[in-house]
Design a protein around this ligand. Structure first.
Ligand SMILES: *Cc1c(COP(=O)(O)O)cnc(C)c1O
Length: 412
């Protein structure tokens, strides 16, 4: 199976989101292998289009991204999910910024800065209601207290060594403040208004209480994910952390990508491996949960749950061949699935070797939203779960002008 990644659509989507959120700026979230789209393809394409602010979840993701973009890229990379026992010195060395959600994580960042003798940049992540990661009020108090002690100690060291800029010797510096919404996908939800109020209060407090020596002059303030970036007016913060929208996927239940001016970036394709006539009553796949009612033909298609296609879509989902939809019958197996393509001469002209569109834009083939409905999940999960066995191949404006060149998304 192959996932075609349309970099022209990606860049269009990024421009659409950037225009919507201005004067706030776009920080591209490329965690989980760019939501299954291949960070190796997505990040360099966005970088080439001028984007410089990136975010991922984990430290290994951040380090890989930093290596991919190179040491002199000038890109800012933020990550926010790590346990305090993690060795964060890789981040200090690479200039990766860390979202801080506990006093323990803050200590780990300080320790990393001290170990390397450089400043580790941190974003204070505030829990304003999601209940997931982020500093609670009392945890924030602890971190602020620690910052005050550090500022005093740093100031003392600086005076002793005769340096003028106290921050030069600081092990940490606050470069950003962030929070994350719980219900931004439901426009107008009061929980979002509550979170905004709590954030404003805390932000005011931080403006007053963050020691000057240990903070950046221009804090990066990020609240909005894609649904918030596409629905709030005005868009809060200096930057938005947008992921799903860049991939041309709608974060809203009741709005399509097209209605948001976004184009799906991924087209997931496969091939017909076998076509055979079967008599009425013939079963399909493990458990024989499907039996055809009439003489028909089955087509075998490469692709199963080993490629990330949820097994629950068996006897529910469809795929497209030659612009026409066919039902997936019986259980989806690890590597393959069966379609009932109807009797020969029934209009469908399916042959071995035909291309199958498993996920398309809704016209070319089923959308990620349709898959999400069949699988009782959300479109985010559908694309993110496409497994490493599937090849990612870049297509798009720049890929088209240099066919075969820079197109392969790694060795997946
Ligand atoms: C994943 C994530 C985002 C991006 O959310 P989208 O809805 O994909 O735009 C932003 N912030 C945090 C903290 C996240 O975990």
């Amino acid at each position: 199976m192959t996932a075609r990644i349309d970099t022209a659509a990606l860049i269009d989507n990024a421009r659409t989101v950037a225009a919507r959120v201005a004067p706030a700026q776009l920080m591209a979230v490329v965690k989980a292998d760019a939501y299954g789209h291949s960070t190796d393809i997505v990040a360099p394409a966005l970088y080439a289009a001028g984007l410089r602010d990136f975010a991922v979840a984990t430290v290994p993701e951040a380090v890989a991204l930093s290596q991919l973009l190179g040491p002199d890229s000038g890109a800012r990379i933020l990550c926010w999910l790590f346990d305090p026992a993690a060795d964060l010195t890789v981040c200090t060395r690479a200039g990766i910024e860390l979202g801080i959600s506990t006093p323990e994580a803050f200590e780990a960042a300080i320790a990393a800065g001290r170990a390397i003798g450089r400043t580790q940049d941190v974003h204070l992540k505030l829990d304003t209601g999601l209940g997931r990661n982020g500093l609670s009020l009392s945890q924030l108090d602890t971190v602020l207290e620690r910052l005050r002690t550090l500022a005093t100690a740093t100031g003392t060291t600086a005076r002793a060594t005769g340096t003028t800029r106290t921050s030069a010797s600081a092990p940490v510096r606050v470069t950003g403040i962030m929070t994350h919404f719980a219900n931004a996908d439901i426009p107008g939800d009061p929980a979002t208004v509550d979170q905004l109020h709590r954030f404003d209060t805390l932000y005011g407090r931080l403006q007053a209480e963050l020691p000057h020596a240990l903070r950046a002059d221009d804090l990066m303030v990020t609240l909005a994910n894609s649904p918030a970036a596409l629905s709030l007016d005005p868009v809060p913060g200096s930057h938005v952390r947008a992921g799903i929208s860049l991939y041309g996927i709608s974060p809203f239940e009741d709005k399509t990508a097209a209605q948001l001016g976004l184009t799906p970036v991924m087209t997931l394709t496969s091939r017909v491996l076998n076509v055979k006539d079967v008599p009425a009553g013939h079963g399909a796949s493990y458990g024989l949960t499907y039996r055809c009612e009439r003489d028909t033909r089955f087509a075998l298609v490469a692709g199963g749950y080993g490629d990330g296609l949820p097994r629950i879509a068996g006897n529910r989902g469809e795929v497209a061949i030659g612009g026409r939809r066919y039902p997936i019958v019986g259980r989806i197996a690890m590597d393959q699935m069966i379609l009932d393509i109807g009797p020969a001469g029934d209009g469908g002209q399916v042959a071995i070797g035909d291309e199958v569109i498993i996920i398309g834009d809704g016209t070319t083939g089923p959308s990620a939203e349709e898959w999400a409905d069949w699988c009782e999940t959300i479109n985010y999960e559908i694309v993110t779960c496409i497994s490493a066995r599937v090849d990612r191949i870049a297509v798009g404006a720049d890929a088209a002008s240099a066919p075969g060149d820079r197109a392969r998304g790694g060795d997946r």
